[in-house]
Design a protein around this ligand. Structure first.
Ligand code: OSB
Ligand code: MG
Length: 369
């Protein structure tokens, strides 16, 4: 691929509204953007989806920055990279640090697609020209505010609405939502806030006919989830528990859940995501593309992978205007009738606003390959 250098930028962007999950409230993203360059000066972009603190998983922006500088990028120096798949092979000896790995692997995938003159969707084997979009709604202080947010999401045309829950903001709140929206495709996401002691609560949620319950139990568990899934009708969707193809295979084999949320960062990149997509497709298991409050760069990667057949359900790929006053890409990601058009231009298919990226950058380093 004639890779010549990798640049890592750190920047902070304010979100339009705070986003609250069972593990905390986020008001901004503190993130890394990775640029992969070749000898013709073509640039591929990747985004590190880690949060500012290690509260969703063990990774955080600072740990990713260190992992990239000290362990990940040195393994790519003087390495023969012919295809983006080679990146995951080269990085295989490094355990976990998946979001750090995925950020550079994503940049190399974008660059590779640009070198071939094809879209990232096409490079990955995508078939859809549009992807279905779902919205993730954070925990609101009152039911009234939540009902209003759900109403707005329905109005905007989202094809599935996900509502964050946490102890104390769960069953009664969701009953109120179902009363007002009896027929909408609604699911909940607990972000690992419960234990098996709460099995009764989840059995009660069965009556609300939810599409799925995302990650009800511990972030590192697939055994307790198996017991819970055996006790309830609503499908469990695994998010935090799945870090690889092997994790997905084992969880499905155990019956720990019936649906997989594929997040490119969490599983270490697009190459691993493709393997999980294939497993789900071949075994008839529904999968969808999760989100991590990405800027347009990360969103563009998500839209590209969500265009594959195995992504059978709407993903958390809300358009740019949901989170950002101004996005890092042009045109911004937009939604029509609850769908996003998959771009057909080379690579991500969106232009990165380099002046904006540079002006937001607070720290950067470049490694020559
Ligand atoms: O669990 O899916 C999650 C955001 C940050 C961390 C974890 C999650 C989320 C979301 C947001 O639900 C989805 C989005 O990016 O729109
Ligand atoms: Mg989740």
């Amino acid at each position: 691929m004639n890779l010549t250098s990798i640049t890592v930028r750190r920047l902070t962007t304010e979100m339009l509204t705070p986003f609250t999950t069972s593990f905390g409230t986020q008001t901004h993203r503190d993130l890394l953007i990775v640029e992969a360059r070749d000898d013709a000066g073509t640039v591929g972009y990747g985004e590190c989806v880690a949060g500012a603190e290690p509260t969703y998983s063990e990774e955080a922006t600072s740990t990713c920055e260190v992992a990239l500088a000290e362990y990940v990028l040195p393994r790519l120096q003087n390495a023969a990279v012919e295809h983006p798949d080679d990146i995951s092979t080269l990085l295989h000896p490094i355990k976990r640090n998946n979001m750090a790995k995925a950020s550079v692997e994503g940049a190399v995938w974008d660059l590779w697609a640009k070198q071939q003159g094809i879209s990232l969707s096409q490079a990955l084997g995508g078939t859809k020209s549009r992807v279905d979009v779902g919205l993730s709604i954070g925990i609101k202080p009152t039911d009234a505010e939540l009902l209003q947010a759900v109403g707005e999401a329905v109005e905007a045309g989202y094809r599935r609405i996900k509502i964050k829950i946490a102890p104390g903001r769960d069953l009664e709140m969701m009953r109120a939502v179902r009363r007002e929206f009896p027929d909408e495709a609604i699911m909940v996401d607990a972000n690992s806030a419960y234990t098996l002691d709460d099995a009764q609560l989840f059995a009660a949620l069965d009556e609300l006919n939810l599409m799925m319950i995302e990650q009800p139990l511990a972030h590192d568990d697939i055994v307790d989830h198996r017991h819970l899934q055996a006790a309830i009708r609503t499908p469990i969707c695994l998010d935090e528990s799945i870090h690889s193809l092997d994790d997905a295979r084992k969880a499905l084999e155990l019956g720990s859940g019936k649906i997989i949320n594929i997040k490119v960062g969490r599983v270490g990149g697009l190459t691993e995501s493709l393997k999980i997509e294939q497993l789900c497709r071949e075994s008839g298991v529904d999968a969808w593309c999760g989100g991590m409050l990405e800027t347009g760069i990360g969103r563009a990667h998500n839209v590209a992978i969500a265009s594959l057949d195995g992504f059978t359900l709407p993903g958390d790929t809300a358009p740019s205007a949901r989170y950002w006053a101004e996005d890092l890409i042009t045109p911004e990601v937009t939604m029509h009738n609850g769908q996003i058009e998959v771009p057909t231009g080379p690579g991500l298919g969106y232009e990165v606003k380099t002046a904006m990226l540079e002006s937001l950058t607070t720290q950067e380093f470049t490694v020559q390959l």
